[in-house]
Design a protein around this ligand. Structure first.
Ligand code: B12
Ligand code: SF4
Ligand code: SF4
Length: 370
């Protein structure tokens, strides 16, 4: 089998597995990776210590694939559309309701949904192309990752032709928009990098647009293509443990988990197609949930009930404590004094980050004009 045939087989396997896009990048360190050490040095990763993992020589693992996986020759990048037919956060203005990020509505955690499909492509690559004429290389290595590898996935997605890196730092595809999850397969095979008619590499199509930068309520996009996690609502509501810095709370609006604003306002998402993957159909109660109900339900749940209710959901990452803290802040930002009684109760909560956030929210509501 010729190299082009191998590439075609991978594309076909990716489509069969249900991916929307697939491309192949060389496993070389692209220029964009040079920004990574500076990003870490500036503290942009906040408390996400896993981003700072270093090798024995003390080098950041994610800054060089050539160093961390010298055996890898190619990176197969696959993308899965998770968009469903529901309005954008920027269209929802009910002060009684909060926002959970589009990607987290799903019935199955995206890590599992993407990894399952990657394993299918990996199996096809390990089994199908080889015959007596072209026996499988005995030292063939393949490794699938969704977030978990020492890789800045978006850089390889760019060189695989999946899309360009937008000023909001997301991978955007000209036809599919940016509601895409990424997954990568590293392989020791020297595959022909992409550029097929199916998926040609795309130039940067942000042009003079700066909508995402202007729309970000916490100014987290500190410069085009540069995001400071410490300020990003996605980081604050999902990754940050304990209290959220007070100066950032007003900008969080009514976000309970994640944030979609810099993608909602992107012109390339105006006509984004919807997914065909059934696991991304929203779970009941997660699209624009009523804040009081959401907070009450969480308050009544034990930790075990929480784990059970959200089994297989990305929501679990924020933990029950984080979600309750976020809901309290969201109620404060709602401007709706009907939330005062529930905030009163939460102010005496055993969980100090919930109690403290509720007290902050109460003060904010009481100080705002009626
Ligand atoms: C840590 C992380 C986060 C952090 C930090 C985000 C960030 N922008 O770095 C937080 C928690 C904030 C986050 C939020 C989100 N995330 Co996230 N996240 C990751 C993770 C695990 C690592 C990202 C990383 O390495 N960041 C480090 C920075 C330096 O890299 P980068 O932003 O990609 O930046 C590169 C380019 O911008 C480049 N660059 C290009 N041109 C230029 C020009 C200049 C001048 C400069 C300086 C740099 C530069 O330099 C960087 C590389 O060194 C990846 C999975 C993975 N392993 O890659 C998912 C990932 C990026 N996240 C994803 C998603 C879906 C989200 C959210 C949409 C979730 C949500 N709705 O809340 C938001 C989007 C926020 C946003 N605008 O980025 C998807 C993105 C898919 C896509 N279409 O792009 C990924 C790929 C997960 C996946 N497997 O699908 N995430
Ligand atoms: S996800 Fe939200 S907070 Fe983070 S950069 Fe985008 S708009 Fe800003
Ligand atoms: S909103 Fe504009 S600048 Fe931002 S990513 Fe989309 S096209 Fe690029």
């Amino acid at each position: 089998m010729k190299n082009e045939e191998l590439t075609a087989l991978i594309h076909r396997a990716a489509l069969d597995a249900g991916f929307d896009l697939c491309g192949i990048a060389p496993a070389t360190d692209a220029a964009e990776l040079k920004h990574f050490p500076a990003w870490i040095a500036a503290g942009r990763a906040g408390e996400m210590k896993y981003m700072e993992a270093r090798d024995e020589q003390g080098e950041l693992r994610r800054s060089s694939l050539a160093r961390v996986a010298p055996w890898a020759r190619s990176v197969i990048v696959c993308a899965l559309n998770y968009n469903t037919e529901h309005p954008y956060s920027t269209q929802m203005h009910d002060p009684n309701k909060g926002w959970i990020s589009r990607y987290a509505w799903s019935r199955e955690d995206y890590h599992d949904a993407v990894l399952r499909r990657l394993k299918q492509v990996e199996a096809a690559l390990r089994e199908e192309p080889w015959s007596g004429e072209r026996p499988r290389p005995p030292d063939l290595i393949t490794r699938s990752y969704v977030d978990t590898g020492p890789i800045v996935e978006r850089v390889f997605a760019k060189y695989a032709g999946i899309g360009w890196i937008g000023k909001n730092t997301c991978i955007i595809n000209q036809k599919k928009g940016s509601w895409l999850f990424l997954g990568v397969i590293l392989t020791s095979l020297d595959l022909t990098p992409d550029g097929s008619a199916w998926n040609p590499p795309a130039p940067d199509r942000c042009g003079t647009c700066t909508r995402c930068i202007e729309a970000c309520p916490t100014d987290a996009i500190v410069a085009p293509y540069q995001l400071d996690s410490n300020k990003c609502i996605s980081y604050l509501t999902i990754e940050k443990r304990g209290s959220i810095p007070e100066d950032l709370r007003p900008g969080m609006g009514r976000h309970i988990f994640g944030c979609d604003i810099c993608q909602d306002v992107c012109p390339w998402n105006r006509k984004a197609p919807v997914t065909t993957a059934p696991e991304f159909e929203p779970r009941p109660g997660l699209v624009n949930p009523a804040l009081a109900e959401f907070a009450e339900k969480l308050a009544e749940m034990s930790e075990e009930e929480f784990r059970e209710t959200f089994r297989g959901s990305p929501i679990r990452r924020a933990r029950r404590s984080g979600l309750r803290r976020n809901a309290a802040i969201a109620m404060g930002n709602s401007g709706n004094r009907d939330f005062l009684p529930i905030l009163d109760r939460l102010s005496a909560d055993q969980d100090e980050s919930v109690a403290e956030s509720a007290r902050w929210a109460k003060t904010l509501l009481l100080s705002s004009a009626k």
